[in-house]
Design a protein around this ligand. Structure first.
Ligand SMILES: [Zn+2]
Length: 421
């Protein structure tokens, strides 16, 4: 069912705006605007003088950009900070209600929906059954109906809803379709998911990899500084990673960067669903661990229980001290630590965050193993520590990231036309 009214997206003529990735080479004015928005959001409140210092822009440029952002309603003045000798400085903040975006994570264990505001806060979250095992055409209709429902329930002005981000496990092609999938998602391969969703929701739709999106979500919602190089190690049913530097996700040439779950760690290991042998995911991802636990006689509920639910049950047993469960999870953690170590050596981040629904329950068991391994084995270990921590948005990190990518794409390229003086 399509929503009534064209909304803000139609006003921008924006359906199809996300053909391809967000432009990497932004013009100088757009860079200034994006940089200022990022720093204001990360700082919560900040003065114009502090903005100039933090961004390296001149005070004149900061003043011009901020004036435009205030005129557009994206930034507001929220009071005065402490005086440093002169008159107290006016503080700026993001106006969170200026824009909203929806994020949807298509998971094998369920579908997570998030409505996020411009500040990166989750206004509403909800889950429903998995749609990936259903006919994709039916799923598109269901998502469109959910979008209508949340707009109605939340009471937000539809003109402020910038778009819909949808994330799925990779690999994807050109942000339009899924090119390879494991059961039960195989029916989605080559289905024109973005095109159909844009038609059904009359919103711009962005399709991206779930792990990639988590990096953007963390950046947006957790106040991470724009100078941070971030690696997000994501574990849902699969294992992947999202990478972010300079405030922007790194997608690679085809949008599939960061697939650290498909690094071979055993040349003679089991065949992975991706077609290769001995991948981290095949040896130590939730599906492999659950299968091993069942073979060892651990009671994880019905055999047809979704993998992540069974994995959560195993993690809870391990956290309660069950020796068999603990050994299985710790064995998995050793492999995930190798994946993290690989990621850190390749990307050289300041910050490594463990995120995704599997880490939401089992994270406390994985964190110390991963952190210790990275600290001891990282190639650049003499150059200072990498901060390793758990995400606070584990279950909905990918859906939040999907919404974030929409907000980021909405704000980055526009306003670039007029040169700043
Ligand atoms: Zn693989």
């Amino acid at each position: 069912m399509a929503p009534a009214g064209g909304g803000a997206a139609a006003g921008h003529g924006a359906a199809g705006r996300y053909r391809g990735a967000v432009p990497l080479a932004l013009s100088a004015p757009t860079q200034s605007r994006t940089m200022i928005l990022d720093v204001v959001r990360a700082s919560r409140t900040i003065s114009r003088v502090e903005l100039a210092t933090a961004t390296g822009l001149t005070q004149a440029t900061v003043s011009t950009v901020v004036r435009r952002l205030i005129d557009e309603g994206l930034v507001v003045e929220v009071g005065r900070g402490a005086s440093t000798g002169g008159k107290p400085r006016t503080l700026l903040a993001i106006e969170p209600t200026a824009r909203y975006a929806l994020g949807v994570q298509l998971g094998t264990d369920g579908t997570t929906f998030v409505l996020a505001d411009l500040g990166g806060a989750i206004v509403s979250r909800w889950r429903r059954g998995a749609l990936v095992g259903t006919d994709p055409g039916h799923a598109v209709g269901t998502i469109a109906a959910e979008v209508d429902g949340i707009v109605e329930r939340s009471g937000i002005d539809r003109r402020r809803l910038t778009g819909l981000g949808v994330v799925a496990p990779g690999p994807l092609q050109a942000a339009t379709r899924i090119v390879l999938a494991q059961p039960p998602m195989t029916a989605w391969v080559d289905f024109p998911v973005r095109e159909r969703l844009e038609a059904a929701t009359r919103l711009p739709v962005l399709l991206d990899n779930d792990a990639t999106a988590t990096a953007a979500g963390l950046y947006w919602a957790d106040g991470i500084a724009p100078t941070t190089t971030l690696a997000a190690l994501f574990m849902g049913q699969g294992v992947g990673a999202g990478l972010l530097t300079g405030g922007r996700v790194f997608r690679g040439a085809s949008g599939n960067a960061g697939e650290v779950g498909h690094v071979t760690v055993d040349l003679d290991g089991p065949v992975c669903w991706c077609g290769n042998r001995g991948c981290v995911e095949a040896l130590a991802g939730p599906a492999a661990v659950v299968e091993r636990a069942r073979a060892a006689g651990v009671d994880l509920g019905d055999d047809d229980r979704p993998v992540l639910a069974a994995f959560g049950a195993l993690a809870r047993l391990a956290l309660a001290g069950d020796r068999v469960a603990l050994d299985l999870v710790e064995d998995s953690a050793r492999y995930l630590a190798v994946a993290a170590h690989t990621l850190v050596n390749v990307v050289d981040p300041d910050l490594l965050v463990l995120t995704g629904p599997a880490f939401a329950v089992a994270g406390p068991l994985y964190l110390p193993v991963v952190a210790q391994h990275v600290a001891e084995h990282r190639f650049a270990r003499g150059s200072g520590p990498v901060q390793v921590r758990l995400s606070t948005h584990g279950p909905e990190s990918a859906a939040l990231g999907a919404a974030t990518l929409v907000l980021q794409a909405e704000l980055a390229p526009r306003g670039a036309e007029a040169p700043l003086t």
